[in-house]
Design a protein around this ligand. Structure first.
Ligand SMILES: Cc1cc2nc3c(=O)[nH]c(=O)nc-3n(C[C@H](O)[C@H](O)[C@H](O)COP(=O)(O)OP(=O)(O)OC[C@H]3O[C@@H](n4cnc5c(N)ncnc54)[C@H](O)[C@@H]3O)c2cc1C
Length: 459
């Protein structure tokens, strides 16, 4: 009898110890498989051998998040994040490291002629904003400095102040430009058009989001051939991640030294570190204890793809060839779309277009804008934060413990590269806090990296 009881007790204890959370103290759970989540996994693996299992949860059946493609009549086009700046060094390094191909700008893209539509007539401009933005781009490059000279940041404000970028988030782009003696006409007719194209918003966005938006309108922009989402996919594959596709996390509970995550599939996971790599603004994740972040609205961008031909009469023109390749618009309540661009000219009477708008475009309206419409595809993106100034930032560390939020940085600017920059800092923050606030270099941190090309050679 005693033997049976002891045996039962031993088996119970063995089972308990197998499932005890203390067994997996360095397990990391990441919610979101976009560039932020995949980059956190990548940098954790690159900087440390102390992390055990990394799980990534993705509610959708594919990875990449806002990096996604659509296929129209057999051709693939970027549906969300489409362009990268030549100095987006993390993205460049990911692309090279993963053996992906850079798709460079075509000759016409690099000196793009833009038609600005005010609802009645076109004004024609050429975009050239590189020089004015050089200082901001140069400041941003500080985030690629070596780890030895670059602190680990525990909040967004300090991260921005260190690179001299914080002040740009305290004033609107319009205030910055007026301060730089830009004429009201230039602001209204060109800069507004660009911020509307890139962030769906006016020049009332913060100066920093504005500067990033202007940087995204210069020459030499690039993308990953076949789709930018392949960066996330490649990083996940390379980082020994347990990927849970179609698994939406619905609750995160702090239970002492670890977190319990529950998914809508009815599964439960425990991990010592939990990283939120998605905007929390439109999510219904239940946190226990509750967390508090500043209220933030997402700007919705309705993306409509049309295979067909624009109607020149809608623009008061005679021929479709008179319509510019990129039609931008000024701020006016009467204008139903933000921009229209030609993605591909298949033949003189067959194009693929992409339209951005703040509201969904009805069939009736599309039938006015297009004379031929063979195929239409619509996506409603919770695209990026609705920016304002002064910006308020959510914390990187949501609960003073090990619950982290990469997308707090999106209030500075929302791009693939800024997500990767925030993720790199996040990996270092996690590792240094795991090491009991020790400087980076302790706690199993690798002193040299296997892919040291992650520092750009210039830097
Ligand atoms: C139309 C559009 C155009 C853009 N253009 C550009 C551009 O040209 N260049 C550029 O650099 N950037 C651009 N951006 C911005 C860029 O897409 C984002 O800044 C970047 O991709 C954000 O990546 P992320 O990983 O932080 O978030 P996301 O890509 O949004 O990834 C978050 C992931 O988390 C998943 N998720 C959310 N909740 C849960 C949950 N509870 N459980 C499990 N999974 C969950 C989501 O499904 C998603 O896959 C654009 C965005 C849009 C929408």
């Amino acid at each position: 009898m005693l033997t049976t009881t002891l045996l039962t007790l031993t088996i119970t204890l063995t089972l308990l110890s197998l499932t005890s959370p203390s067994q997996s103290t360095t397990d990391v759970c990441i919610i979101g498989s976009g560039i932020a989540g995949s980059s956190v996994a990548h940098f954790l693996r690159q900087y440390s051998s102390a992390v055990n299992q990394i799980r990534i949860f993705e509610r959708h059946p594919v990875v990449g998040g806002r990096m996604a493609t659509v296929t129209i009549a057999g051709e693939t086009f970027e549906a969300g994040a489409s362009i990268l700046h030549p100095k987006n060094y993390h993205a460049l390094n990911f692309t090279n490291m993963l053996g992906l191909k850079v798709k460079g700008p075509s000759a016409s893209d690099s000196s793009m002629s833009l038609g600005i539509w005010d609802g009645e007539k076109f004004l024609f401009k050429t975009i050239d904003s590189d020089s004015k933005n050089q200082v901001t781009v140069d400041n941003f490059l500080r985030y690629y400095e070596s780890k030895e000279s670059r602190p680990v940041f525990s909040n967004v404000e300090d991260m921005l102040k260190w690179a001299d970028l914080y002040n740009l988030t305290t004033r609107t782009l319009e205030e910055e430009l007026v301060g730089l003696n830009f004429s009201p006409l230039l602001i209204q007719e060109l800069i507004t058009v660009i911020t509307r194209i890139n962030y769906g918003q006016s020049v009332h966005i913060s100066g920093l989001a504005g500067a990033v938006s202007l940087a995204g309108s210069g020459g030499s922009l690039w993308s990953v051939e076949g789709g930018n989402w392949q960066m996330a996919s490649g990083l996940i594959k390379r980082s020994d991640v347990t990927l849970h596709l179609q698994e939406e996390i619905s609750s995160i509970t702090n239970v002492g030294d670890f977190y319990e995550l529950n998914s809508t599939n009815g599964n439960s996971y425990t991990c010592q570190i939990t990283v939120i790599a998605t905007p929390l603004d439109e999510l219904a994740i239940q946190f226990t204890p509750e967390i508090y972040i500043p209220e933030r609205k997402l700007q919705h961008t309705y993306t409509t793809f049309v295979r067909g031909v624009l109607n020149p009469a809608y623009f008061g023109l005679n021929s479709v060839s008179d319509i510019p390749e990129l039609v931008g618009t000024i701020e006016s309540p009467d204008l139903p779309f933000t921009c229209i661009s030609v993605l591909k000219e298949h033949s003189a009477n067959d194009f693929t277009y992409k339209l951005f708008s703040r509201q969904s475009l009805t069939d009736a309206l599309l039938d006015q804008i297009f004379s031929i419409r063979n195929e239409t595809l619509r996506i409603n993106w919770g695209a990026y934060p609705h920016y304002h100034a002064p910006e308020e930032f959510a914390p990187f560390i949501l609960d003073d413990l090990h619950l982290y939020y990469v997308n707090a940085f999106e209030n500075a600017a929302s791009t693939m590269e800024t997500s990767a920059v925030s993720a790199e800092n996040m990996a270092r923050l996690i590792l240094s806090r795991l090491a009991g606030q020790q400087p980076v270099g302790a706690h199993g941190l690798k002193s040299s990296t296997s892919d040291s090309n992650l520092q750009h050679p210039e830097l």
